[in-house]
Design a protein around this ligand. Structure first.
Ligand SMILES: N[C@@H](CCC(=O)N[C@@H](CS)C(=O)NCC(=O)O)C(=O)O
Length: 192
């Protein structure tokens, strides 16, 4: 198997997702720096985002595509359910992370150290939706960890680092899931 490279910053939630997937599957990879918004970045990613994956001469961007490629191409625990409906639910949660949670828990909180009540209300509403899903479940889809958990984990970690703890108060399902994620080697290996 050719060597896998990931371009981006360790602090990026999406870069962390790609790294956590590599760690979960014991895939050897190298995290490489990006000269953000320079021409060299555009060559790797025409929309100049991160992560970017390179394997051999092939470049891949968009975290969902990178996640699927790594999960399907390397040995190790499968991080995608085999049953079609469960697989669709995994994609539903990945889309939820990409379209709603990233906006409300990462982008909105990144903008200010003193988020408005409106921003906090949107974040809280999202967290309550996630909490409801996690109550009684070990992971988002039940008893097994899947790619969607690895999209969610860095976003929750980021929101937690930015917001007051009151934002997370009373969300016991989410809190128990966080403890489970935080105890994994893939979590600690990608903290910086
Ligand atoms: N749709 C992209 C989103 C990636 C993304 O937005 N990454 C953020 C970092 S977490 C980024 O590149 N931000 C830099 C920017 O927006 O200029 C993906 O799934 O990979």
């Amino acid at each position: 198997m050719k060597h896998l490279e990931l371009f981006g910053f360790a602090g990026s939630t999406y870069v962390r997702t790609a790294r956590m997937i590599c760690e979960e599957k014991h895939v050897d990879y190298q995290l490489k720096p990006l000269e953000v918004r320079e021409e060299s970045h555009r060559v790797l990613h025409p929309f100049m985002r991160m992560p970017v994956m390179r394997i051999g001469n092939t470049i891949l961007y968009e975290t969902s595509a990178i996640a699927t490629y790594i999960d399907e191409s390397f040995d190790g625990t499968r991080l995608t359910p085999s049953e079609p409906l469960a697989r669709a639910q995994m994609h539903q949660w990945i889309s939820t992370c990409n379209d709603y949670l990233y906006r409300d828990l990462v982008q909105a909180l990144l903008k200010s150290d003193d988020p408005s009540d409106e921003v906090l209300a949107a974040a809280r509403q999202d967290l309550e939706i996630v909490d409801r899903q996690l109550r009684g479940n070990l992971f988002l889809l039940g008893g097994e960890i899947y790619l969607c958990d690895l999209f969610l984990a860095p976003m929750i970690a980021y929101a937690k680092s930015k917001a007051k703890t009151s934002l997370f108060q009373g969300l016991d399902g989410l809190s128990a899931w966080e403890d489970r994620l935080e105890s994994r080697a893939s979590y600690s290996a990608t903290q910086s």
